[in-house]
Structures are given as structure tokens and as C-alpha cells.
Design a protein around this ligand. Structure first.
Ligand code: 5GP
Length: 186
């Protein structure tokens, strides 16, 4: 029988560099599959083109919830985010490892339902560093940055629930650490 794929979850504060780590992981391990979330948030410049999310309306999102089409979901900064279930389950059954880049609440929901999933918490070296990365991204107002920083503190307080904490002070090293862990656990 074909081996089932693994669920690999990346979480961490906004600005910790999860997106960049994900892109690098995919570049170095092209066999990995990334799950694309649905969200009711407005796209940032370039996001529509990059197709980082499927941007949908609140009505569409709530319909997916009531149809039980989501593996997990959460409300975050006044918007909904969720992981479409069918794509992920299909990929796992084809033996593919699937990466989810989701928040702590979503990650813990998934871990409860799929205890064998592998949870990585990506950390920035300091709070100051997080702030500067968000500021440099230039997509959020100061008020929204402060809301994200407050949320980050809550998320960081839960990092001990993760299987691994990865310090993103050096992108190559952080990505290398994740790849080593995935290979070791194969
Ligand atoms: P952003 O608005 O910066 O793209 O994402 C905000 C937060 O939502 C991030 O922590 C991100 O990991 C999380 N997120 C993105 N997609 C999902 C999802 O499908 N489910 C959950 N629970 N969180 C998500």
C-alpha cells in the first residue's frame, strides 16, 4: 500500500518570515505540496497575482464552514482564514507531504485531528525585529501593525505546544534545519 503523506504545519508571528521559508522549502524540496488557504481578507498588492490565497467573500466562507469543507479555520484580524479540506486529504492519500502555513489556533485544531502532523513554530530574533519586518513590508498601518504585534505575543506564548521552534535569524540555516528534521522523520 502507498505510504500516506505527512501534514507539515508552519506557524509564527506575522513578519517572522514564514512565507519566505515556505518558498525556499518548495524550491529545495519541489516534491512538497503547499495548501492554499481561503480568506476573506483584502489582497495586498501582488497577492492576487501570486495567488497566495483564494480571496473569497464572507458569505462564501461561511458556506464552506456549513458544508464542512474546511480542515480548520479561524478568525484573525477581523477576517476569516481556512484550509480547504478536500485538496489536502487528496494529496495525503496520494502520498504527498503537504505544508499548511496557518496560525496557532488552526495548527492546534489540525494536530488534534491528525496527531502525526509535524508542527514548526517560526520565530524572529526579537520583537523589535518583527516590528521592523512588518514596517518594511509597508502593507499595514501603524495601528494594524500594533494589533499584529499583540497577536504575536499571544502566539509566541503557545510555542511550547509545537514540535519544533525554528529561529529565523538566517534564512538558509532555518530552512536547512526544517529539511533535516523532515528527512530524519521520514
Ligand atoms: P496574513 O493576513 O498576514 O496573510 O495572515 C495572517 C495570519 O493568518 C497568519 O498567521 C497566517 O499564518 C494565518 N493563516 C493563513 N492562512 C490560514 C488558514 O488557512 N487557517 C488559519 N487558521 N490561519 C491561517
Amino acid at each position: 500500500m502507498q505510504k500516506k503523506g505527512r501534514l507539515i504545519i508552519l506557524s509564527g508571528p506575522s513578519g517572522a518570515g514564514k512565507g519566505t521559508i515556505c518558498s525556499e522549502l518548495l524550491r529545495k524540496m519541489p516534491e512538497l505540496i503547499i495548501s492554499r488557504s481561503v480568506t476573506t481578507r483584502q489582497p495586498r498588492p501582488n497577492e492576487q497575482k501570486n495567488r497566495s490565497y483564494d480571496f473569497i467573500s464572507t458569505e462564501q466562507f461561511l458556506q464552506m464552514v456549513s458544508d464542512n469543507d474546511l480542515l480548520e479555520y479561524d478568525q484573525h484580524f477581523e477576517n476569516y482564514y481556512g484550509t480547504p479540506k478536500k485538496f489536502v486529504l487528496d494529496m495525503l492519500s496520494f502520498g504527498k507531504d503537504v505544508i499548511l502555513e496557518i496560525d496557532v489556533k488552526g495548527a492546534l485544531q489540525v494536530k488534534q485531528n491528525f496527531p502525526e502532523s509535524i508542527l514548526f513554530f517560526v520565530e524572529a530574533p526579537s520583537e523589535q525585529d518583527l516590528y521592523l519586518r512588518l514596517k518594511k513590508r509597508g502593507t499595514e498601518s501603524e495601528e494594524k501593525i500594533q494589533i499584529r504585534m499583540a497577536r504575536s505575543r499571544l502566539e509566541i506564548a503557545q510555542k511550547s505546544k509545537y514540535d519544533y521552534c525554528i529561529m529565523n535569524d538566517d534564512l538558509d540555516r532555518a530552512v536547512g534545519e526544517i529539511i533535516d528534521i523532515l528527512k530524519r522523520r521520514n
